[in-house]
Write a protein that binds this ligand. Structure first.
Ligand SMILES: [Zn+2]
Length: 232
């Protein structure tokens, strides 16, 4: 399949691991140009299913700062970006919640996959991504693009249900927080507590939450030998 394109690569041995990737999109094989629907990784190398070519990439951990709406992600995000400048790239996932990516599929796999590809591409610049936005591990872990990451760390900002409900009801009408949606979010808030590491923001000062999240990120970076802080 698509072997005509591999003629130019005949000089490149499939074991020549020092070859740098030529495409920023990690799904594209630098040798035959195939775009993998299910990328394969072995340690710090990607492998093309079509031609067997292997090439190195930076396999960094991804940090998912999740939680229900109104628990503080948006408040924490900008301060976290400031505090982690030079160490990590803090991003808001909702900027891609647009057009065709705004799908109605349960778990929004197209949206999630686009983010994993984007984060993995950013990782090739040497800084891990902290992705802020509501997500459950079950929505990322099964995706083929998960292989691009050494680990995905999850941390949820949660709050007391009554407080969350009050904050959501106070939001402007265009955000469409009706009672069924609020109930769904409160249920998610409860459920998350049993699923991932959590910080309860009900009474916490914003700066304390930011500091705790920054500690979580730095600890996760430290766990990964190839991405160790080193310079600091
Ligand atoms: Zn290939």
């Amino acid at each position: 399949m698509g072997d005509t394109a591999s003629a130019a690569s005949s000089k490149t041995s499939s074991t020549e691991l020092s070859t740098l990737p030529v495409a920023l999109d990690l799904r594209i094989c630098p040798s035959c140009g195939d775009r993998a629907s299910c990328p394969q990784a072995a340690g710090d190398n990607l492998r093309c299913v079509e031609c067997g070519h292997r090439w190195p990439f930076r396999r960094l951990p991804l940090f998912a700062l999740t939680g229900p709406s109104a628990a503080g992600k948006s408040t924490v995000g900008p301060k976290l970006a400031q505090q982690l400048a030079g160490e990590a790239v803090v991003l808001e996932q909702d900027v891609l919640w647009t057009g065709a990516l705004r799908d109605d599929e349960p778990g929004h796999p197209a949206f999630r996959a686009a983010w994993l590809r984007m984060a993995a591409m950013l990782h090739q610049n040497g800084r891990p991504v902290v992705l802020c936005g509501t997500v459950a591990p079950q929505e990322l872990e099964p995706l083929p693009e998960r292989v691009f990451f050494s680990d995905v760390h999850y941390l949820a900002l949660v709050a007391d249900g009554e407080t969350l409900g009050r904050r959501l009801r106070a939001r402007p009408a265009w955000r469409e927080w009706d009672e069924p949606r609020i109930a769904e979010m409160l249920e998610f808030n409860r459920w998350l507590r049993g699923q991932v590491e959590c910080i309860d923001t009900t009474e916490a000062a914003v700066d304390d939450v930011v500091a705790a999240v920054a500690r979580w990120v730095r600890a996760g970076i430290g766990e990964t030998p190839e991405s160790g802080p080193g310079t600091s």
